[in-house]
Design a protein around this ligand. Sequence first.
Ligand code: ZN
Ligand code: ZN
Length: 82
Amino acid sequence: MGTCSNCGNKYDATFRVEMRDECYEFDCFECAINMLAPKCSHCQTRIIGHGVQDGYDMYCSAHCARLEGRRELQDRATAFAP
Ligand SMILES: [Zn+2]
Ligand SMILES: [Zn+2]
């Protein structure tokens, strides 16, 4: 029986995530995402995949990075466009 770090639910099938030398316990992936996934610096969407990163700023897509003036950042769609 574990306790979720995000919502406090006591649950018999919690799992642990180690991130930046901290260990967290969660009852579901939604709680892990809510607590640990970074947010896009432009639209505040949770970034579940790789996203695109420039130093400390992360974006859900190159589209959002461009809207913040980061024209050099590319995602696959941009990189492989004709
Ligand atoms: Zn939870
Ligand atoms: Zn975004």
